[in-house]
Design a protein around this ligand. Structure first.
Ligand code: ADP
Ligand code: MG
Length: 889
């Protein structure tokens, strides 16, 4: 028979049942306790000692716990280990409770719903996403609880993975029926994908979602947010809001609007390209530090850092908007003292977005409020600095900075300069703010003074020189007498406790004052809490203004940071244009340039699409002798380690930077707006990912060929490497032809296959470039300079000679190389590769390198392997080998 549970454990079971799937942290006194399976898991994951409750009963309950003030630490570990945690607090004062203290779950913490500063990286956004599958499209919503940013989009299912790679949510909610692995194209958590959380189907109801959203935003329809009411985006957003309500259990006033994200307004960068360009995180270890973002981030505040990441992840397409940003950066580049002043002010600011959000959810600490107030204190200066600017964006920002004077005033007046972390222990409210509070404090203070004087008085009366008054929670104030003076203790002392060398006493007088002190202290603490709550409510009324101001500050910070970078690293303002060109003079790779000692990175030019700004009509290409070095396709050859990958990545990175509104590392740059940037790396360059299959390489290449447009920029790095040489060359060849003839986009193809240089004989807009190498007698020096023309071809053999390979071998290799080359170059010196036919013409299978057929091959083809026994197969193999060896003899 199961033992009857105590009322407390009954309540535990009830709460546990209401919060399935979460670890329940149950507050008991000064501890959070876990029971049953949760205790066992916590013992394992958090390293807590597993004990049990009701040890002596028949069914002891497994139990583990930790002191309440360590909650943040343990929460962090739980979340990192993929758990969700429901925090059940005592929601009434134990002193005032009649019977058992009431306990409720005050919030559920999941990876995507973190708000605590200690659990979040200040410089990274922490989004939670929601996916609502519809008939042909998907609704996608994403929200950052810690700042209130809430966005939606309606997308094609095939784009989900790319969108999630851009947003990088920590968690993603989906309907239960698609939560299973592999149902949606979402990367697995161990590959950097979000934690998937299934929600019941009713959460994804269209009507319910619309109702919830309009109720939350206080609107009749969602059209004001530029969202159609019957879009699946609404369903995704509604389900998300429902989940946030369920987990936060707090006011959500900071979620003030819904932004509609239009993919078409931003450059499309797919997941593989993001990874390979290392835009926001490095490929090797997923760190932000040496990514492009980490390199260009000169912002002073976490708000700025997060906005910068946002801009870099979604570069713009609209010329006017890009120019607006560049104007702002330029003005701050040229006005050094303004830039320094702004940055100085920004450095003194705290994270106004997250602070404000904590005020809105009622989870701010007194320190949060003083940080908020001191941040607001910087605003008048900043606003003044920003007046009368030329750049339109800066003018707008100046207008958007709302000084929120009342808020600052209210906080500064109410709260002491350096408040404690919590309100509970008092000392938060400034003296002079409330007469009543001051009186209570005086009373307590007076009592304490009396007690202090009582010590002196009693010491004199009893002749005990070291008589001391102490305090503890168990029996309050007491008089302490050491063993040497026990004989002098007067009659009226009441003994309370005997320790080894001391005895503790109380007196009625002492208790009387103690009572006064404690009562006054209790009352003053309660009053402080009341005043504090009022202040919080007052500040919360200004959440929208505060958040708008925070957004403006973030943008000022990004502009000042980009300007500071541009000035320090010698960047230029790119000329952004609608024409499909890429004309970069003395361009540098933004990351390597800053990593290497100054001046060591070798700058290079890029000239793409300058020859013909008009688009071909698709006639068959004809070879033209020269003059196409400014064409839209560049083939870059050169030995390993020459700098090919660096060069082509640099071109893509500068395009991204220009479209986000940044200056670029070059002396001059004209950059045509790209609708998409693609970057693909051949299989073996990506060995580290553990999925270096040729299939992956080709799947990704297929995507480029199917989705690139004439406005795209495509960089291909050693594509075709993942298969045999001839296979690889042939594929690389035809891929380049396709991009040249059909897609007609700006293309850069780095390859160590020298054979590809022949392509320029047939492709009118393609040119050969190579990385210069200097040969001294016994040395090859990589100059990292990219120049026109095809590379010389003997470096492999040259390097072999340097490495000490016997001369006879390298000489023989040279001969073989010549023979091989002659094999596919005809007498006229032209490549034997047949000309490509365009789509208009009948397509015919072409074979690039043809060999005379061996009759044995035909025999092998005719073998019916499926019908053979292993024995017969072996026999056949022996026979074939016999025939071959006879032929040789
Ligand atoms: P490849 O792709 O031709 O094998 P990489 O682009 O990977 O060569 O470059 C190899 C190394 O050469 C880089 O890690 C870098 O240290 C150096 N490098 C490349 N380009 C430059 C440059 N322009 N200036 C200075 N060093 C460079
Ligand atoms: Mg390379």
């Amino acid at each position: 028979m199961a033992a009857k549970l105590s009322p407390m454990m009954e309540r535990y079971k009830e709460v546990k049942a209401e919060n399935p799937g979460a670890m329940l942290l149950f507050r008991m006194g000064d501890f959070y306790e876990l029971f049953y399976e949760d205790a066992q898991n916590a013992a394992r994951v958090l390293g807590l000692t597993l004990t049990s409750r009701d040890k002596n009963s028949e069914n002891p309950i497994p139990m583990a716990g930790f002191p309440y003030h360590q909650l943040d630490n343990y929460l962090q570990k739980l979340i990192q280990n993929g758990f969700r945690a429901a925090i059940c607090d005592q929601v009434e004062d134990p002193k005032k409770a009649k019977g058992m203290v009431r306990r409720e779950v005050t919030r559920v913490v999941t990876p995507g719903t973190l708000t605590d500063d200690q659990l979040l990286d200040p410089r990274e956004s922490n989004f939670i996403a929601s996916v609502a599958p519809a008939k042909e499209t998907l609704g996608l919503a994403w929200l950052e609880v810690s700042t209130g940013r809430f966005l939606v989009a309606e997308i094609e299912p095939a784009l989900l993975q790319d969108e999630l790679a851009r947003i990088r949510p920590a968690e993603c909610i989906v309907p239960d029926e698609v939560a299973g692995a592999g149902q949606l194209p979402v990367p697995r958590p161990d590959l950097g994908g979000p934690v998937l959380t299934g929600r019941p189907a009713w959460c994804f109801s269209k009507e319910e979602s619309r109702r919830l959203l309009t109720e939350h935003f206080g609107t009749k329809t969602l059209e004001g947010f530029d969202i159609e009411d019957d879009s699946p985006a609404v369903t995704a957003a509604g389900a998300l809001l429902e989940y946030i309500r369920d987990t936060q259990r707090a006011a959500l006033g900071h979620i003030g609007r819904l932004e509609s994200y239009r993919r078409s307004r931003h450059m499309t960068i797919d997941e593989a390209t993001r990874r390979s360009l290392e835009l926001t995180h490095t490929m090797r270890d997923g760190q932000r530090q040496q990514s492009l973002l980490g390199t260009i981030d000169e912002t002073c505040t976490p708000m700025g850092a997060r906005l910068l990441a946002d801009w870099l992840s979604s570069p713009l397409m609209n010329l006017k908007q890009i120019e607006d940003r560049l104007d702002a950066v330029q003005e701050l580049v040229s006005e050094l003292s303004l830039r320094d002043d702004l940055r100085e002010a920004l450095k003194g600011m705290y994270d106004l977005q997250r602070l404000t959000s904590r005020v809105a959810t009622g989870r701010c600490t007194p320190r949060d409020l003083t940080c908020l107030s001191s941040t607001l204190g910087q605003l008048p200066r900043m606003k003044a600095q920003l007046t009368q600017r030329r750049a339109a964006r800066l003018v707008t920002l100046e207008q958007r900075i709302d000084l929120c004077g009342q808020v600052q005033h209210a906080i500064a007046q109410t709260i002491v300069d350096e408040p404690p972390v919590t309100v509970a222990d008092g000392g938060v409210i400034r003296p002079g703010f409330s007469e009543q509070l001051d009186e209570l404090r005086e009373l307590a203070q007076g009592g304490k003074q009396w007690i202090a004087s009582y010590q002196a008085k009693e010491s004199e009366r009893t002749g005990i020189p070291n008589l001391k008054i102490g305090f503890n929670k168990v029996f309050g104030y007491y008089l302490e007498v050491t063993a040497a003076h026990w004989s002098k203790v007067p009659e009226d002392y009441i003994r309370k406790q005997t320790l080894k060398n001391q005895e503790r006493y109380i007196t009625p007088e002492l208790k009387e004052y103690e009572d006064k002190v404690l009562r006054a202290e209790d009352q003053s603490k309660a009053l402080e809490q009341e005043i504090y709550a009022q202040l919080r409510t007052e500040v919360a009324e200004h959440v929208t203004r505060l958040l708008n101001t925070a957004d403006a500050l973030a943008e000022v910070d990004v502009f000042a940071g980009l300007a500071s970078l541009a000035a320090a690293a010698g960047y230029c303002r790119p000329e952004v244009t609608e024409e499909a060109v890429l004309d970069i003079r003395e361009g540098r790779h933004p990351v390597l340039d800053r990593l290497m000692p100054a001046g060591e990175f070798v700058p290079n030019d890029v000239r793409l699409g300058l020859d013909a700004l008009t688009v071909d009509q698709g006639e068959p290409s004809t070879a033209s002798a020269a003059g196409h070095e400014n064409g839209r396709v560049q083939i870059i050859t050169g030995p390993n380690m020459a700098g090919k990958s660096t060069y082509i990545r640099q071109a893509a990175l500068l395009t991204v930077m220009a479209q986000m509104g940044s200056f670029v590392p070059a002396s001059e740059a004209r950059i045509g707006i790209a609708d998409r940037v693609f970057a693909r790396v051949g299989a073996s360059d990506e060995l580290g990912k553990g999925q270096s299959t040729f299939m992956v390489e080709m799947t990704e290449t297929a995507r480029i060929l199917n989705s690139a447009t004439a406005r795209s920029v495509v960089i291909l790095d050693e594509i075709g490497r993942g298969t045999s040489t001839y296979d690889g060359i042939s594929l690389a060849w035809s891929i380049t032809e396709f991009l040249h003839d059909e897609t007609q986009c700006r293309t850069m193809f780095a390859t160590h296959y020298h054979e590809l240089t022949d392509l320029t004989q047939t492709l009118r807009h393609a040119s050969n470039w190579h990385v210069a190498v200097q040969e001294n007698n016994d040395d090859v020096i990589f100059l990292h300079r990219v120049i026109e023309g095809a590379a010389g071809r003997s470096y492999g053999i040259h390097v072999a000679r340097l490495a000490g390979v016997p001369r006879s071998v390298t000489e023989r290799a040279t001969k073989i190389l010549e023979a091989l080359e002659n094999q596919h170059v005809t007498d006229e010196g032209k490549s034997s590769v047949p000309k490509r036919e365009t789509r208009r013409q009948q397509k015919r299978q072409l074979s690039l390198f043809e060999f005379p057929e061996d009759p044995l091959l035909d025999e092998i083809r005719q073998l019916n392997v499926d019908e053979m026994s292993p024995r017969q197969a072996m026999d056949e193999l022996y026979r074939l080998r016999q025939e071959l060896s006879e032929r040789k003899a």
